[in-house]
Design a protein. Structure first.
Ligand SMILES: Cc1ncc(COP(=O)(O)O)c(C=O)c1O
Length: 369
């Protein structure tokens, strides 16, 4: 069996054609038709009025926080189990990320544990739709209303995911997406903010382009940033977006195959669970090794690697890593998921034979000692 990698982009639409157009016309930087078109089509896809493209999904989060005026002394509530960019962007603003434990079955922020973290300094709650599974947006939006705290969705991993029939990205004040090469759709590197708030949108547009005045060339009205997406990235992103239904269908197909071939192994490894009415788009399929499994997670991954299968650990909780180390925080579920969770190869075009092989190897390694 050839090596099976954890992620691998598939370009089977207009990506090459659009990219060639950038090169042929010379529109390779941030001006050019694809940037505008990608923004408009992505906003529409998310059911939002506005979209602001950026160079990646980290700076798109940063841009939201900057435009909201979040800064020193402010707090932003988020899951401790996330990718580090979620926390870093809050730090970039001089504000403090406040970490919340996860739900064991969904891996997502536990809404029941958010309320106790709300203080007079809380300026936003930032749920993450982890691995393509929406967080419990009903409970989170209730808290948002009760305390009048805006919601920023970190939807970096969840293009097209839905909570109770509504697409992620449209719940909060703004949402951020990533188009890194391993995501559901990619632009190589890239990010996008979507929002319905016109004022926030205008601020983000300004800040991402060095805050240059709209009516006076080379006149800058604030300290801005170069967070622009190039026309070449947007060309690839647009080509992918045109085929997003296919990309998501592929991920759903693979998720079904994992459930078929891992059926009956729940005592040893449980898959991340999507409750009814949650549409996961399976950026990654994940398992959580159960206590009965004597082997450590890293050993399981090493043995899978020997079978020529790439796996990756579920994210480590923020509060146990050097930049955010805090021994006073107790988030036992996130710590367990971070220690025992594994992400499985989940990309489009994996064959049934490959998924069956992965599951066979996993069962042998995990269940037979
Ligand atoms: C939850 C989350 N937030 C933010 C990001 C940052 O996106 P990017 O890598 O495009 O900067 C990622 C990327 O994987 C992510 O998973």
């Amino acid at each position: 069996m050839k090596r099976i990698s954890i992620a691998s982009p598939v370009f089977n639409g207009n990506e090459k054609k659009y990219l060639n157009e950038c090169i042929d016309t010379g529109w390779v930087s941030a001006n050019g038709r694809f940037v505008k078109e990608f923004e408009e089509k992505f906003a529409e896809y998310c059911g939002c009025k506005y979209a602001v493209s950026c160079s990646n999904g980290t700076v798109s989060l940063h841009l939201i926080l900057l435009a909201m005026g979040i800064g020193s002394g402010d707090e932003v509530i988020m899951p401790t189990l996330t990718y580090i960019a979620t926390a870093n962007t809050v730090r970039y603003c001089g504000a403090t990320p406040v970490f919340v434990d996860s739900e064991e079955d969904t891996f997502n922020i536990d809404p029941k544990k958010i309320e106790e973290k709300i203080t007079s300094r809380t300026k936003a709650i930032m749920p993450v739709h982890l691995y393509g599974l929406p967080a419990n947006m009903e409970a989170i939006m209730e808290l948002s209303k009760k305390y009048n705290i805006p919601i920023i969705e970190d939807a970096a991993e969840a293009h097209g995911a839905e909570f109770k029939g509504e697409r992620v990205g449209s719940f909060g004040l703004a949402a951020s997406f990533s188009f890194f090469g391993n995501k559901v759709i990619t632009s190589g590197e890239g990010g996008m903010v979507v929002t319905n708030d016109e004022e926030l949108y205008k601020k983000m547009k300004l800040l991402k382009g060095q805050a240059v005045s709209l009516d006076k060339k080379y006149w800058h009205i604030a300290v801005g940033y170069n967070y622009r997406m190039t026309n070449m990235q947007a060309a690839v992103g647009l080509g992918q977006l045109e085929n997003i239904n296919w990309h998501i269908a592929e991920r759903e197909r693979i998720a079904k195959l994992y459930r078929k071939y891992l059926k009956g192994t729940e005592a040893y490894m449980k898959m991340q669970y999507a409750p009814n009415d949650y549409k996961q788009t399976y950026w990654m399929n994940n398992i959580m090794l159960q206590d009965i499994v004597a082997k450590g997670r890293d050993q399981v991954m090493e043995e899978m690697e020997a079978c020529n299968i790439e796996m990756r650990p579920v994210f480590y909780p923020m509060h146990i890593m050097p930049p955010y180390l805090d021994n006073t925080i107790s988030c036992p579920i996130a710590e367990k998921l971070g220690a025992r969770g594994i992400s499985l190869p989940s990309h489009a075009m994996l064959t049934e034979e490959e998924v069956a092989y992965i599951c066979d190897c996993l069962k042998k390694i995990v269940m037979e000692g």
